[in-house]
Each structure stands twice: as C-alpha cells, then as structure tokens.
Design a protein around this ligand. Structure first.
Ligand code: NI
Length: 138
C-alpha cells in the first residue's frame, strides 16, 4: 500500500446526498472507504477486460440433478479445466436442485470461457460468474 493522499472532490449536493444514502444502506460508516471500494471495483473490472491478465472469481450454478447426464457433464467439464478450478462446493438445495460454487483462477479469457461453457450447459437453471481479484494489485 502506498502513502495516504488526501484529495478534494467537487460534487453536486444532490448527487452527494444520494451517494451518502446509498453507502449508508450498504453499511459504510465513512465516505472515504466507500470511494476506495468503488475505485477498487473499477480496477478489478478493468483487469478482467485484459484477456491475458491473471484473475480470480467464482462460478455459481443451480441445476436439477435429475436431468439425464447433467451432473456427469458438469463434472467432466470441471476435470477438463482442473488447473483453473481450484475448489467446488456442492449443496443439495432440495430433493431436485443442486447449487455449486466453483472457485476459478487463471487467465481472464480462459476463466470466462470455462464459466460460459458451464453456465450455458443445457439443464443449468441459473449461472453467474462473479469476478474478483487475488488482492495482490490492490
Ligand atoms: Ni446435489
């Protein structure tokens, strides 16, 4: 972490009021931390736009395990990409539905392709890739 710099920001009072309300709802107790988090989030997003950059994320999948061969297909895909998929959490939500959360790490382009393949598999009811960072650059 670098030295702490203080900056002044000119901002419309209506916009500031909305911002304060928003960050209050999110549990921030001061503006500075909210600003810092917004900046970090933009930086993380930017990293994911560079196809070769090293990224970390999670893929969440909800599917019905009764769909023929679906569990097997999803597991096969995960084995094909075992170098990028670090861990998998499986929860049996109810009699039919399963939730899986996969921790993924690798080059942005590879991680995105893997996530898209998993999410678009027939029978997956919902899927989402959440992008984050290894934390080293922030
Ligand atoms: Ni299950």
């Amino acid at each position: 972490m670098g030295e702490l710099s203080r900056i002044g920001v000119a901002i419309d009072s209506d916009l500031l009021e909305k911002f304060d309300r928003l960050i209050g709802q999110r549990g921030y107790t001061n503006r500075s931390e909210a600003f810092r988090d917004l900046i970090r989030d933009e930086l993380v997003q930017k990293t994911w736009e560079s196809p070769d950059s090293e990224v970390v994320g999670t893929v969440t999948l909800v599917y019905d395990h009764n769909v023929r061969m679906l569990s097997e297909r999803l597991t096969d895909m995960q084995h094909d990409h075992h170098q990028q998929i670090l861990s998998t959490l499986h929860v049996h939500l109810d009699h039919d539905n399963c939730l899986e959360v996969l921790v993924v790490k690798g080059q942005a382009k590879n991680v995105q392709t893997i996530a898209e393949k998993l999410i678009s598999t027939k029978g997956v009811k919902h899927g989402r890739l959440t992008i984050t960072t290894s934390g080293k650059e922030l």
